[in-house]
Design a protein around this ligand. Structure first.
Ligand SMILES: *Cc1c(COP(=O)(O)O)cnc(C)c1O
Length: 235
């Protein structure tokens, strides 16, 4: 199956999941998780109508940017970001989805202030409380947002979550619900400068569940591009 055929199939399944729970399919964006896929694959995905591209590695973001791979689509950063690389990301992407710790938030604030811009971000939540994953605990998010005015050059647009690897269909529903409930709590607080209109959750194996739980953006790699070849050398 081609990238375009895969995207058409995913769009159909997104629409089916949305309609089944009374949502408008237009309210759910498809972000192509492009790690380890080259500029040509990225261009095919954009031509086939993904809403944005999400990169995990700074090196790949920079290399594909130089090849004009992203023309016509917004670019998001979705991977673990080292503070010494924020300069290459802040102001170069439309959204940083993976703000997973305070010192990264501080580094982004500092760089965005230096550039005199406001950087859109999502807070990454470690919803499964996994040791191996970074991200804020659910309980840390409201206390952080109480102080978000300390970061005037960032705008929190929502939450991103990567639940634990699931072994059975439906395993992640409780995690998606937890993130949705957190977003409802945030909205109720009416914080200045915070509008949680993006809930980035759901990947190749569980996006239909995520949509049923209120996801507004799914990040899909394998189901678009096929399995990633971790053995091959890549950029
Ligand atoms: C790779 C990746 C995805 C996509 O995963 P698939 O299972 O291939 O769809 C989504 N989000 C993040 C943060 C990723 O790194």
């Amino acid at each position: 199956m081609s990238i375009a055929e895969n995207i058409a199939r995913i769009r159909a399944q997104m629409a089916e999941a949305a309609i089944a729970c009374g949502r408008d399919p237009k309210d759910i964006k498809l972000c192509a998780a492009t790690k380890m896929n080259d500029a040509d694959a990225v261009r095919q995905a954009i031509a086939a109508g993904v809403d944005c591209c999400g990169e995990n590695r700074v090196q790949e973001l920079v290399a594909k940017g130089k090849e004009n791979a992203y023309e016509g689509a917004p670019v998001h950063f979705i991977g673990h970001l080292q503070t010494n690389k924020v300069k290459q990301v802040v102001g170069h992407v439309d959204l940083i989805q993976s703000v997973d710790r305070i010192n990264l938030l501080e580094a982004i604030q500092k760089e965005a202030a230096r550039q005199a811009i406001v950087q859109d971000i999502l807070l990454e939540v470690n919803v499964g409380m996994e040791e191996s994953k970074s991200g804020f605990a659910v309980s840390e998010v409201l206390p952080l947002l109480e102080h978000i005015a300390d970061y005037p050059n960032v705008r929190v647009c929502g939450l991103m979550a990567i639940p634990p690897i699931s072994h059975n269909d439906g395993d992640n529903v409780k995690f998606f619900q937890e993130i949705f409930n957190l977003s409802v709590d945030i909205t109720a607080k009416k914080y200045d400068n915070v509008s949680v209109h993006i809930l980035s959750m759901g990947m190749s194996d569980d996006y239909a569940d995520a949509i049923r739980c209120g996801s507004t953006m799914i990040r899909v790699g394998t189901a678009i591009f096929g399995a990633r070849n971790y053995a091959a050398p890549h950029q």
